[in-house]
Write a protein that binds this ligand. Sequence first.
Ligand SMILES: Cc1cc2nc3c(=O)[nH]c(=O)nc-3n(C[C@H](O)[C@H](O)[C@H](O)COP(=O)(O)OP(=O)(O)OC[C@H]3O[C@@H](n4cnc5c(N)ncnc54)[C@H](O)[C@@H]3O)c2cc1C
Length: 458
Amino acid sequence: MEQTVVAAVKGIVGAEHVFDRFEDRYCYTYDASAVTAGKEGMPALVAYPGSAAEVSALLKLANEYKFPVIPRGAGSNVSGGSIPCAGALVMVLTRLNKIVGIDRKNMVAEVEAGVITAEFQTEVEKLGLFYPPDPASKAFSTMGGNVAECAGGPRGAKYGVTRDYVLGLEVVLPTGEIIKTGARTMKCVAGYDLTRLMTGSEGTLGVVTKVIVKLLPLPEAKKTMLAIFDDMEKAAETVARVFMAGVIPTTLELLDNIYIRNIEAAVNVGLPVEAEAVLLIEVDGDKEVLDKQVGIIEGICREQGATVKVARDAKEADELWVARRAAFAAVSRVRPTIIGEDCTVPRDKIPEMVRIIRAIADKFDIIIAVLGHAGDGNLHATILTDERDRDEMARVEKAAEEIFRATLAMDGTLTGEHGIGLVKKKYLPLEVGEGGMMAMRAIKRALDPNNILNPELV
Ligand SMILES: Cc1cc2nc3c(=O)[nH]c(=O)nc-3n(C[C@H](O)[C@H](O)[C@H](O)COP(=O)(O)OP(=O)(O)OC[C@H]3O[C@@H](n4cnc5c(N)ncnc54)[C@H](O)[C@@H]3O)c2cc1C
């Protein structure tokens, strides 16, 4: 990057918010996916803007000098979405970290993009309100990153994903214009739905600087239970049965034996290490209805051959959640490289999908652990491998492709929450077809004529 450009970037955000040493730039060559930029993809500069106006000035500069810009929150995405390309400016949004306001009367809040999701939830809950989207990374992921990925989480079964809560955004377009989308109202149908277009656009169509979200009343109580199965397929079948019985659990998480054993070894909370699978189930709402819901779910799980343990108090429930949140870290004890696919299928296809994933693991002689936000059909087939083993990685690649094709054959989708990123870019046409790709590229070209923002993702 030319020194005049470096000086201009420093002039916009302040020299103390710009990093250009090799060691600093190297820290931004990877995210939580298995992809790294390597030397070829070294960013030229890392800048932390402090306002939408600074973001805008940086993007205008990028258009003038034609350098790529990679927006970044916490870098916790698992799809290679924030991997830079050579000569790029990595734009980190974490200085935009103010909760602008929580409007209790209208149950709406406004936050800057760099606010940490869990910190926002804590503030909201102090007022008796509730922001449901809860990616398992919420302790470090940012609200802007959640919007860009349309993040989901364990509570998605009942409450949906980020998209279902975003009412409006402040976005800086790739060419530098600052726009507002949506409104602070519950209804808004003025013009095209740019809020939805931006949500899930993975930092390719604009930089989110502010997010307006709707809130719900904080549920009065919740109950957490663990259903323990000695048959994986029975566990998988139970998922759709619970919904068919008219109960919508907040959470219905499926974990297989590989996960169970490794989580127990890591956090030691008394998980049943011999079990083939467990379902971690939570219901929330008014106290009076919880026992009834627990009773129905317990009945179904027992019919399916499970043993059920209902957490006696908040401490026991918290332990189960500590276990669940430790899941990804725990399985990294098995092999050093973790590839978390997030194929999503209609809920009643989960047993078939589990069967197929296991058959694919056998066929390619690799380890695939299964964890899923099964309540919304989102299965994280987790490939445990070692990226240094080229032979195994070649088999992993083939196995992943078979999983994707099987998912689409079941009317599923390549990603329920993690995004396409660099990781699944080459498979996207399989899902949306050439027509879909053409439409997406036309939108990208219209908003980003110089292909500035995250240029390698589209
Ligand atoms: C242990 C672990 C558990 C996880 N669990 C879940 C889960 O349960 N559900 C889930 O959905 N995901 C999960 N994830 C993935 C990840 O945390 C989410 O995708 C999250 O939304 C990323 O937020 P981030 O702030 O880290 O964004 P980053 O990873 O920094 O960026 C993600 C993408 O958004 C773009 N971007 C970032 N900020 C902005 C912005 N302000 N404006 C425009 N574009 C932007 C980036 O360019 C990139 O393409 C998990 C990850 C880990 C490591």
